[in-house]
Design a protein around this ligand. Structure first.
Ligand code: NBP
Length: 486
């Protein structure tokens, strides 16, 4: 326990479960840091300091002692369960801290909670920073990607500390000041949404190759390992190869065949989609990925539907190599769409909440430490550097070329999946989104007609200004009804 009045630590961590312990160890391993630690239940603190004496932690049994062990201005990172646990710890810290101190929430908070908390804490004169931290427990220990929001003043103190513990990608730390209040947690939420889409796309690629070519999981692992040398190079492709190679020690079967096919979720994908719905941003690839997990986790419905008819013919692929290359191209094109949609959501969120988010910097800090780390994020940074006001990522020259190259294969794969009765919701919806986006004219005009017919919602015309309503069941005369609703 810290001696009363001895403010020895320059940074503190509250919450010492897996993420907090690893983050505290990461902080302690950097030169110049002395780390204060506190957990509601003493046992966790005891385990951490006993197992890691080399870290030189300054432990406390109460929040008061913890505050006293920190040099001023005090900086503490909260790593507790999101929601009520976070609110409880913030309340305690606000009691124990003073104006000018900094409270950082490193948990997976909903960004609207962060906006609320930041406002309330700011009123006490204490700085509040909501920081998205990605990379799981391994990232927390060795270098995560960090997405902090909050004030510029807080960033001045916190920035150097976060830079020292973040992952390094091509010589740069994977952390940047994202924007004020909830901006960091918003961007972390979208990161997780993109992660859902990326994972679903990879899973669909695996399924198509397995069912189309009969290759074993280990053989598909080799395919993915090969893909990981090219434009698809990413952490998720790399670990999927490992997952597919794994053999179950008990049965000798590929582990992927023994794992129950019902995907879990902790909710950040759903948050991404709910927020996108509120903002009116079509993140269809992410939404399909979230729904695909929901569908997988409905055993009763799946069992009831198992006897429903599928295609009559067997799914056979004549040229295995060519089919695998088609799937690779479809995966790359769909992935571009998922990221494009995610960045659209970031743009819309920034506009709605008044955040000045640098899209290129976000792609940059996702290159290391986080789950969606990938080579191709460099291309996103370059696209926004060349054109900061880019309206859709997929229209940037590099990505336009990529989808131009991939689109024939992408269409073949979606057709093959539909004919074979293999669900490919993320591949298919990404292609539908792409075709919708590039369409000269959409059937939305029919919808406007329907809306005006049953609800007199009015419509605009292509050939003149104004708002119009048609007397549909009468003489079909168009009348101008600017602003009024009949
Ligand atoms: P958990 O999310 O499992 O939370 C456990 C911690 O919360 C323990 O320290 C526990 O204290 C503390 N806690 C709870 Br529960 N209620 C509390 C309360 N009312 N007052 C004080 N402390 C309370 O830990 P985690 O998996 O290490 O994750 C920490 C945060 O990081 C979460 O927000 C999580 O979403 C986020 N995150 C996790 C990952 C990951 O890969 N796990 C990745 C990125 C972000 P106790 O020991 O006394 O019960």
């Amino acid at each position: 326990m810290s001696e009363s009045g001895a403010a020895q630590a320059n940074i503190g961590v509250v919450g010492l479960a897996v993420m907090g312990s690893n983050l505290a160890r990461n902080l302690a391993s950097r030169e110049g840091n002395t780390v204060a630690v506190y957990n509601r239940t003493w046992e966790r603190t005891d385990t951490l300091i006993t197992e890691h004496p080399e870290a030189g932690f300054v432990p406390s049994k109460t929040i008061g002692e913890f505050a006293a062990s920190l040099a001023k201005p005090r900086t503490a990172i909260i790593m507790v369960q999101a929601g009520r646990g976070t609110d409880a710890v913030i309340d305690q810290l606000v009691e124990a801290f003073e104006p000018g101190d900094i409270i950082v929430d490193g948990g997976n908070a909903l960004f609207t909670d962060t906006i609320r908390r930041e406002k309330a804490v700011r009123e006490t004169g204490i700085n509040f920073v909501g920081a998205g931290i990605s990379g799981g427990e391994e990232g927390a220990l060795n270098g995560p990607s960090i997405m902090p929001g909050g004030s510029k003043e807080a960033w001045q103190t916190l920035g150097p500390i976060l830079k020292s513990i973040a992952a390094i990608a091509e010589g740069e730390p994977c952390v940047t000041h994202v924007g004020t209040d909830g901006a960091g947690h918003f961007v972390k939420m979208v990161h997780n949404g993109i992660e859902y889409a990326d994972m679903q796309l990879i899973a669909e690629a695996y399924d198509l190759i397995r069912r189309g070519t009969g290759k074993s999981p280990a053989e598909i692992a080799d395919v993915f390992a090969e893909w990981n040398k090219g434009e698809l190079e990413s952490y998720l492709i790399e670990i999927t190869a490992e997952v597919l190679r794994q053999v179950d020690a008990e049965t000798g079967k590929p582990l992927v065949d023994v794992i129950l096919d019902q995907a879990g979720a902790k909710g950040t994908g759903a948050w991404t989609v709910q927020t996108a719905l509120d903002l009116g941003v079509p993140v269809s690839g992410i939404a399909e990925a979230v729904f695909a997990r929901s569908l997988s986790s409905k055993p009763a419905q799946r069992a009831a539907a198992a006897e429903l008819p599928g295609p009559d013919t067997e799914f056979t692929v004549e040229d295995t190599e060519a089919f695998i290359e088609d799937v690779r191209q479809a995966l790359y094109a769909s992935k571009i769409i998922a990221y494009s949609q995610g960045f659209d959501e970031i743009v819309a969120g920034a506009e709605q909440y008044g955040w000045d988010i640098k899209k290129g910097d976000i792609a940059s800090i996702w290159r290391g430490g986080c789950i969606i780390r990938a080579q191709f994020l460099n291309r996103i940074t370059e696209a926004y550097a060349a054109e900061p006001g880019l309206v859709a990522l997929v229209t940037a020259p590099y990505f336009r070329d990529a989808v131009t190259t991939a689109q024939a294969a992408w269409r073949r794969v979606v057709i093959a999946a539909a004919e074979a009765g293999i669900p490919s919701p993320a591949f298919s919806s990404s292609l539908a989104y792409y075709d919708g986006l590039r369409a000269d004219r959409l059937p939305a005009s029919v919808i406007q007609g329907q809306r005006d017919f049953f609800g007199a919602h009015t419509y605009k015309r292509v050939d003149k200004e104004g708002t119009f309503h048609t007397l549909w069941s009468g003489d079909r005369t168009e009348i101008e009804s600017a602003g009024s609703s009949h």
